[in-house]
Design a protein around this ligand. Structure first.
Ligand code: ZN
Length: 155
């Protein structure tokens, strides 16, 4: 049964999403007929009912918290290092919603509508997308200092 599940077209499509995460790319599908984005991938577009017209595109990674919950008990101890932890639904700029975790702020600061930006985590062969507040300082200080050096040289 499990072998059947991993050979279905949708399971293959989901693999495309995870392969994107391995490259720090958040991939979602876009209907070539009506342009609507959707995730998770579906065999039929829920915008125009077109079948077989979905392309994979790279999402901006921008969105807002649509819903969230804080767990105070680890129901899946192998996947959670510590409690409490949050599970959130982020409404992507392109329209689809994605289940994820919000990092970079205390759970008490989580709020509906909080602007967030995707970040990627790699642990062995597991690749995840999480989101951090969009107002969080840049996480690439080397790039930032290079940019400010360039700005100083041009002025
Ligand atoms: Zn469509």
């Amino acid at each position: 049964m499990a072998a059947d599940m991993v050979t279905t077209p949708l399971a293959d499509a989901t693999n495309t999403h995870y392969e994107g995460l391995a490259r720090d790319e958040l991939l979602i599908t876009r209907c070539t007929a009506c342009g609507r984005h959707q995730f998770p991938p579906r065999a039929v577009c829920y915008g125009c009912s077109g079948a077989g017209t979905l392309d994979w595109v790279r999402a901006s990674g921008e969105g807002e918290v649509w819903s969230f919950v804080t767990f105070h008990k680890a129901y899946f101890p192998l996947e959670v290092r510590s409690v409490p932890y949050n599970v959130a639904v982020v409404l992507l700029e392109e329209g689809p919603r994605i289940v994820t975790n919000i990092v970079g702020l205390p759970d008490e600061a989580l709020a509906i509508g909080l602007r967030v930006q995707a970040a990627f985590r790699h642990e062995g062969d597991q690749h995840l997308v999480v989101f951090h507040p969009a107002t969080e300082p840049a996480t690439h200080p080397a790039t930032d200092s290079a940019a400010s050096t360039d700005a100083a040289q041009t002025s």
